[in-house]
Design a protein around this ligand. Structure first.
Ligand code: ASP
Ligand code: MG
Length: 470
């Protein structure tokens, strides 16, 4: 460490308005003024990635009219920002030209897909990656207007090399390291600020990949690891990670500090919009990650970083609700004592592309209960019906209307009685618990309740552990 480099990532709401972009300019100036070298990563404007993915769906379905409509929507979103956020006519004109070019390029790909009625994973990633490209062009241009030397770069241009799992690619860290030192480091060293389109990279042979939804944060931590940066700051529109969702629990507070282990538990469920692998690149290097509110800099935000989490006096740090999940169970006495059944079940679900969030098996071995994304429940049921029902599994059981409550905190490790307190609090509200799992890290206890009981369970636990106290 000690490279004097910081990586700042600006989220989808930060880049969405002229006010947000003014604030970006301010923090960039302040930071550079204090002598730091800076790498900027941007997200796409809020909603744009979704629109791009919708466009892909319309080309698959052959709905040409919608393609024009959505492209126009994306164009207007950006041109209105260009009008408001850029000051000079020349920069507006050149940025608008570049935006039109990007949209023309994806349009021709979309029409090819439309003809074929197929969007390949490569085409989808290329199209989805352009939201960030558009915002990076605008942000870099505004910085240049302010006299800051800045250049916009696509993810692959910054040197991020990934495997070829399109849609959910993982960086090849060694390759990325080499490429980032070759492409990005010289710019940073001479004081230019690269404004990098988050969310994407490219395979070794140059196909554009995306890193999975919410992947712009991941871009920031990958680049920080490759550059041995001193710190990553994820600038967003909220104060940081909270003890509970403030929409559920009015007394929720911002958490000052989380260990990597705790943050990983949070990210595992993609809650708080965190990418499940976002902390992977920085953990071994001990690079701290801060989450801060661009719209209220008086707040210190949440610092996620190295250090012994056990030192913290708080047993439980946060309680989260994971919605839109379903319970799926296989039952049958044929499973008892027979090795390999679990493997068959998970293989069938894996092949069908069903993501499993929780697993538990009773010690009688007569059932395996899982929690899956609700949107993939039907797929999961039919995958199981066609593979394992019969002699092994006598019935498949499911409940679509459930949610997961997850209680997270490193202090739970080795502290007896935490589970008892959790379940007593929940039981005192008359809530029935359908399934329980504790990760072996002991940083997390998760359980499943009916959807309608989820919010009350969160509040009960928040109260029991007095998470409202500073
Ligand atoms: N724009 C991408 C998404 O919506 C990446 C990100 O926002 O982090 O998933
Ligand atoms: Mg996002």
């Amino acid at each position: 460490m000690g490279s004097d480099i910081l990586v700042y990532k600006f989220g989808e709401k930060c880049v969405a308005t002229a006010d947000g972009i003014d604030r970006i300019v301010d923090v960039v100036r302040d930071t550079v003024g204090s002598g730091w070298k800076l790498v900027v990563v941007v997200a796409a404007i809020e909603g744009v990635t979704d629109s791009l993915l919708t466009l892909c769906r319309y080309s698959e379905l052959g709905i040409e009219g919608k393609i024009e409509e959505y492209l126009d929507l994306i164009r207007r979103t950006h041109s209105s920002l260009v009008e408001k956020a850029l000051r000079r006519v020349e920069s507006r004109e050149s940025v608008s030209k570049r935006i039109d070019k990007v949209l023309e390029d994806i349009k021709s790909t979309l029409y090819t897909c439309l003809k074929l009625r197929e969007v390949t994973p490569r085409a989808r990633d290329y199209i989805a990656s352009t939201g960030e490209v558009l915002s990076s062009i605008i942000v870099a241009s505004r910085l240049r207007e302010e006299g800051v030397e800045a250049v916009d770069l696509a993810g692959w241009e910054s040197g991020i090399v990934t495997d070829s799992r399109f849609g959910d690619a993982t960086p090849l860290i060694e390759n990325s390291r080499v490429e980032v030192s070759r492409r990005l480091k010289p710019l940073v060293d001479r004081g230019t600020i690269p404004v990098i389109a988050g969310f994407s990279g490219a395979t070794v042979d140059g196909s554009i990949t995306t890193l999975g939804r919410g992947g712009a944060d991941y871009t920031a931590t990958i680049l920080a690891a490759c550059l041995d940066a001193d710190e990553v700051c994820l600038w967003t529109h909220v104060d940081g990670i909270m003890t509970a969702d403030p929409k559920i629990e009015g007394k929720a507070r911002t958490i000052d500090r989380l260990s990597y282990e705790e943050a990983v538990e949070l990210a595992r469920f993609s809650v708080k919009g965190l990418h499940p692998r976002v902390f992977d690149p920085v953990i071994s290097k001990g690079i701290p990650v801060r989450i801060r509110n661009l719209f209220d800099k008086s707040r210190q935000g949440t610092l996620i970083g190295p250090g012994k989490p056990e030192i913290d006096r708080r047993i439980v740090k946060t309680v989260v609700l994971i919605r839109d999940v379903a319970l799926l169970a296989v039952e049958g006495t044929g499973m008892v004592g027979l090795p390999g059944v679990a493997a068959k079940v998970f293989e069938a679900l894996g092949r069908a592309g069903v993501n499993i969030l929780m697993i538990s098996q009773s010690s009688s071995e007569a059932n395996i209960t899982m929690v899956v994304d609700r949107s993939s429940l039907d797929k999961g049921v039919s995958a199981l019906e066609s593979t394992v029902t019969g002699s092994l599994v006598s019935s498949i059981y499911y409940e679509p209307d459930v949610c997961i409550v997850s209680v997270i905190g490193a202090g739970m490790r080795g502290t007896p009685g935490v589970a008892a307190r959790v379940f007593k609090a929940v039981a005192s509200k008359g809530i029935n618990v359908r399934m329980i799992a504790q990760g072996s890290s002991e940083y997390n206890i998760s359980f499943v309740v009916k959807e309608e009981d989820g919010e009350e369970a969160v509040r009960a636990i928040h109260d029991e552990f007095r998470l409202y106290e500073a």
